[in-house]
Design a protein around this ligand. Structure first.
Ligand code: AMP
Length: 171
């Protein structure tokens, strides 16, 4: 998707040597491109009777909130530990180096919810897989996962093989 790709800035060696950081700030700075990217993100899921978008801290909040607004449905935040004030479900997962954790409010979703998970980028897939597990722990159904960017060479979608994965830009 060349139209969008030109708005992704590559920052070499950020936040550490060897990482090619994909910076989405040029894309969200451009109103028409931001709108186009949100529309394209949700396009395959318009007939899925979604009830909520779930987005991961922090860049998942940007695209996830806009997607929820566009569809007129709920936005549910998945946050880093100790940020959510009410009772939470929590899950730790492995990163390339070390580990991380995400939390969701226990009453955020239930068995009648049909959820689209949204983030800016899928790399190893660990964050998205943990998010899906948390959402399912609350009894909700994952209808798909949507990303602006997918780093194909990290095979993140292998961790999400039972879900419909949709990415706009592939590297
Ligand atoms: P992963 O769990 O490995 O799929 O990592 C995905 C999460 O880390 C997403 O929330 C991304 O925002 C962030 N991330 C990982 N790698 C990159 C990268 N090369 N550029 C920008 N963000 C990244």
């Amino acid at each position: 998707m060349k139209e969008l790709e030109q708005y992704i800035r590559n920052i070499p060696d950020f936040p550490e040597p060897g990482i090619q950081f994909k910076d989405i700030t040029p894309l969200i700075k451009e109103p028409k491109i931001l709108k186009l990217s949100v529309k394209k993100l949700i396009a395959p899921f318009l007939n899925e009777k979604l009830t909520a978008i779930a987005g991961m801290e922090a860049r998942g909040f940007i695209f996830g909130s806009l997607a929820a607004w566009e569809l007129g449905i709920s936005f549910i935040p998945l946050r880093k530990p100790h940020k959510l004030p009410y009772n939470v479900e929590a899950l730790s997962y492995d990163l390339e180096y070390g580990s991380a954790a995400l939390e969701i409010h226990v009453d955020a979703l239930g068995k009648n919810d049909r959820v689209l998970l949204v983030d800016d980028l899928i790399a190893t897939g660990g964050t998205a897989a943990a998010s899906c597990k948390l959402i399912e722990k609350l009894g909700a159904k994952i209808m798909g996962c949507a990303f602006i960017i997918e780093l194909d060479f990290l095979n993140g979608r292998d961790k999400l093989s039972k879900y419909h994965i949709h990415s706009l830009i592939h590297y």
